[in-house]
Design a protein around this ligand. Structure first.
Ligand code: NAD
Ligand code: UGA
Length: 459
């Protein structure tokens, strides 16, 4: 018999890996992951998991069927478990009030109502998804809306994992944050969750706070991370105008202990499902409180990110004689970052669409993200001008330019001489991640354009 029965509603990039690691670290707990999407559940129960994440498969093999289970029967899951994590998606709202800014809370609210309808005993409900501040209050109001004797304690336990390194992030987190009400039952619920994490996380890394601080900390954490990228990307533009090198600037700046070296890689822009949505969420919160100056400040991060992506296209146009019509452009990488197949908000989507608008032909290459890339570009006009080729050497054949859009290790190690030989001349490389040996590529004959560095051209 298991000591604790834990349910997670939402079997996505957060629910799946998070629960797999809890199951692995807590053999005395039975973990069930439930989702409204039966195909996703079937994939979790198969040999072809619905997401790619290094190290995940091994953990699933160790735990699935022992103390980790995937089910589409959410109602039963609610009845049979005492602790319920909610890890459903909270995308940006695309309709009505707050469209394009506020979080769309419909999935989250349906879950709250479903918990209320099916619970037959008291529950601890844990917000795992990223939510606007004060969502826990709404959750509580829904859960106590009928006068039954069942008690619900709502906790906020935001997730800080990054895709591509999720398993390591979960096994060795910088911190675990648990926000609760400061009532006796809120504190008791919080301590129950602390005990679960304490199975593998050192106590000093498990921090507790009031529930609103916890909800806000998650938004702020993502805003700060994205801010660093937009800051260095803004500097990359100045570098391009002044012949400074953004890599050298980032190194010099990052060696200051107070600043630190991480998250200072200039790039074609940040992607991923969360940075933009969470900053928009923060901006919306500020505007609701009439804090327009504060809202404008944070909104600037998103503006720079859009500018950086648009600049990439303008630089391509400029370098390639102001026309991309009928030119074949190979995109090396479509995932929003390395080591994931996820393409949500990937800069590659924007770049591919803009290239199609310019009437270029696009060849998409990626080791893990081609299925998602096909879906992302399916509705575009001129989709016939896109091809999907996993092998980078074949993808580059007959191309006029190669653009590196994801920092896959694989792309650092390619034989660029071989690629140069099969391309049209003059051959161009646009390194949107600054991962290649630019001097070497230039010496082979390429015209090399990177982010925030002087271009190396033969003209
Ligand atoms: P996701 O889209 O991968 O997964 C969400 C899952 O919830 C989907 O499988 C969907 O079918 C399911 N779902 C939606 N409504 C449901 C319902 N009513 N009942 C049952 N299942 C339902 O999303 P994700 O990337 O896992 O993100 C989930 C949350 O975690 C978001 O709030 C996100 O901001 C946050 N977060 C994500 C990451 C990340 O790296 N992806 C990291 C930290 C936090
Ligand atoms: C990010 C945060 O890092 C996680 O802590 C957070 O939990 C998560 O969002 C979330 O809430 O969803 P993730 O988006 O998975 O994680 O990946 P990151 O490593 O943060 O990268 C985000 C984007 O920034 C990628 O497109 C990446 O290529 C880009 N990036 C990152 C840069 O352009 N430069 C850098 O120096 C670092």
């Amino acid at each position: 018999m298991f000591e604790k029965n834990i349910l997670c509603i939402g079997a996505g990039y957060v629910g799946g890996p998070t629960m797999a690691v809890i199951a692995d670290k807590c053999p005395h707990c039975k973990i069930t992951v439930a989702d409204i999407n039966p195909e996703r559940i079937a994939a979790w129960n198969s040999d072809r998991l619905p997401i790619y994440e290094p190290g995940l498969e091994e953990i699933i093999k160790r735990t699935r069927g022992k103390n980790l289970f995937f089910t589409a029967d959410i109602n039963r899951g609610i009845r049979e478990n005492d602790i319920i994590f909610v890890g459903v998606n909270t995308p940006t709202k695309d309709f009505g009030v707050g469209a394009g800014m506020a979080a769309d809370l419909q999935y989250w609210e349906k879950t709250a109502r479903q918990i209320l309808e099916n619970a037959e005993s008291s529950k601890i409900v844990v917000e795992k998804c990223t939510l606007p501040v004060k969502t826990a209050l709404a959750m509580e109001r829904i859960l106590i809306s009928t006068n039954n004797a069942i008690r619900f304690d709502v906790l906020s336990n935001p997730e800080f994992l990054a895709e591509g390194s999720a398993i390591n992030d979960l096994e060795n987190p910088d911190r675990i944050l648990i926000g609760s009400r400061e009532t006796p039952s809120g504190i008791k619920a919080r301590d129950t969750l602390v005990e679960i994490y304490a199975n593998w996380v050192p106590r000093e890394k498990i921090i507790t706070s009031n529930i609103w601080s916890s909800e806000l900390s998650k938004l702020v954490s993502n805003a700060f991370l994205a801010q660093r990228i937009s800051s260095i990307n803004a500097i990359s533009v100045i570098c391009e105008k002044t012949d400074a090198d953004v890599g050298e600037v980032a190194k010099a700046v990052g060696l200051d202990d107070r600043i630190g070296p991480k998250f200072l890689n200039a790039s074609v822009g940040f992607g991923g499902s969360c940075f933009k949505k969470d900053i928009l969420n923060l901006v919306y919160l500020c505007r609701q409180h009439n804090l327009d100056a504060v809202a404008d400040y944070w909104e600037g991060i998103i503006k720079i990110n859009q500018y950086q992506q648009e600049r990439f296209i303008l630089n391509m146009l400029d370098a390639m004689f102001h026309t991309l019509v009928d030119k074949r452009i190979c995109l090396l990488g479509f995932a929003f970052k390395a080591n994931t197949g996820d393409t949500r908000e990937s800069p590659a989507i924007f770049i591919a669409k803009r290239l199609l608008e310019e009437k270029a032909e696009v060849v998409v290459s990626d080791p893990k993200a081609l299925d998602n890339a096909r879906k992302d570009l399916a509705g575009e006009s001129r989709t016939e001008a896109v091809s999907y080729i996993e092998d980078p050497y074949r993808a580059a054949e007959e191309c006029h330019a190669v653009a590196v859009l994801t920092e896959w290790d694989l792309y650092r190690k390619l034989d660029y001489r071989k690629i140069y030989d099969v391309m049209h001349k003059p051959a161009f490389i646009f390194d949107g991640r600054n991962i290649l040996d630019h001097r070497k590529c230039y010496d082979m004959g390429f015209n090399v354009y990177s982010i925030g560095k002087p271009p190396l051209t033969h003209f």
